[in-house]
Ligand binder design. Structure first.
Ligand code: ATP
Ligand code: MG
Length: 385
């Protein structure tokens, strides 16, 4: 009986001890929870303030917007550049449909690419904008996105000056060159002059060099004009089938001369917003290259397809190909893989630079793949109409 009593007291004692211990344990845990929460909040608040301070030292403009596109924060540079006084809608300071669309896309989780836009405030401004969607509400307790804005206006002004200069010089060189060419043609058409022993050896060289110079001046002029207009979007509805068929037709003679076959199958509803002449220039350059850098009896295949919202065209040849190490350089001005080969076929190294600018003016994309001695494929992607 005594033993039973001792056992009962012991059990009750253990139970009381456990109960007390439990309260202590949970009490500490709760405290810890509260402490951690406070600590976490403090850290976040501190971080936010530090980040805002840091943003104010950054020379690029930074703006944070909520879902209604109202400005929640703008750093000093943004306030100065766009004269932001009140936190109202972004439309009051940066009115551009592409930007608004990209912001809306960011809020629905589509990751927009860097945007290059033109905005007319007091003067025309060109800027590059990166949009970052703050999915974790790091900066504000509501969905928000950050715009990092770099002003490219000065850079483009400088580019414009350079293009203007090149265009003027090329234009000035054209007239004297035409006189020289006319003189050389007179020599060539006159049998006794043509066979004169003193000029006989030089005449063909002079003629081919003046032709080369004429091509160079034409390409330089074309490139500088394109650069000046690159930011102006084309506006016409163009059927790519018609452009490609037209360019193939204009190349019939040279294709026959080189005994090269070309294939193209029309694609249904292959329309884009574009500029007919510029699209012709793009495909002329690509087909020119495919012929120039292929041997006789080879094939060129032009294929088109529609994928998602894109119209994709690729021009594939079975030519000499481009060595891997030079692939990224072929769109640079004056770059040629083999300068003597290019010179012999009348190349100046400006064709693909022109294509690159024209494709970008169409807001398109160009990809080049090539295998040496097998062939080259140039793929162009345009937004479908
Ligand atoms: P231009 O087009 O100004 O008359 P180009 O043809 O030499 O001269 P690009 O069209 O810019 O200049 O091409 C640059 C270089 O890239 C060429 O010189 C050539 O070496 C290489 N290349 C371009 N297209 C092809 C191709 N389809 N196959 C093989 N090499 C190519
Ligand atoms: Mg070329």
């Amino acid at each position: 009986m005594d033993l039973l009593l001792i056992l009962l007291v012991g059990i009750i004692g253990i139970l009381i001890f456990l109960l007390l211990k439990k309260e202590r344990v949970f009490g500490i845990k709760e405290e810890n929870k509260i402490e951690n929460k406070t600590l976490k909040n403090e850290v976040v608040t501190d971080n936010k303030e530090n980040i805002y301070k840091l943003f104010n030292y950054i020379p690029e403009a930074i703006i944070i917007l909520n879902k209604s596109k109202e400005i929640l924060f703008s750093n000093s540079s943004a306030q100065k550049r766009f004269e932001i006084s009140k936190n109202n809608n972004i439309n009051s300071y940066l009115r551009n449909p592409d930007l608004i669309k990209a912001i809306e896309d960011a809020f629905i989780g589509k990751n927009p690419k860097d945007l290059e836009i033109e905005v007319k405030n007091r003067a025309m401004q060109r800027m590059n904008i990166t949009i970052y969607f703050d999915s974790n509400n790091l900066f504000f307790n509501e969905p928000n996105c950050l715009l990092f804005i770099r002003d490219l206006t000065e850079f483009y002004k400088f580019q414009e000056l350079k293009s203007d200069f090149v265009a003027n010089v090329s234009h000035e060189l054209r007239t004297p060159l035409q006189s020289i060419k006319m003189g050389l043609e007179t020599f060539e058409n006159n049998e006794s002059l043509k066979n004169n022993s003193e000029i006989k050896d030089f005449l063909p060289v002079m003629i081919s060099q003046s032709e080369r110079m004429e091509n160079l001046i034409r390409d330089l002029l074309s490139l500088s004009k394109i650069e000046l207009q690159e930011h102006i979007r084309p506006t016409h509805e163009i059927d790519l089938n018609n452009v490609i068929e037209y360019v193939i037709k204009t190349h019939e003679k040279i294709l026959n001369k080189h005994q090269i076959q070309i294939q193209f199958k029309k694609v249904n509803d292959f329309k884009i917003i574009g500029d007919n002449d510029k699209l012709i220039e793009i495909f002329t350059n690509l087909i020119d290259n495919a012929i120039k850098y292929s041997e006789k009896n080879k094939k060129i295949a032009i294929s088109g397809k529609k994928e998602n919202n894109l119209n994709i065209v690729s021009v594939t040849d079975e030519g000499v190909g481009i060595p891997k190490e030079y692939l990224h350089r072929v769109t640079e001005r004056f770059f040629t893989v083999d300068p003597s080969k290019s010179r012999s076929v009348g190349g100046t190294g400006l064709g693909l630079a022109i294509v690159k600018h024209l494709v970008s003016q169409h807001r398109g994309e160009m990809n080049i793949t090539s295998v040496e001695n097998k062939g080259t494929t140039i793929e162009l992607k345009f937004n479908s109409l």
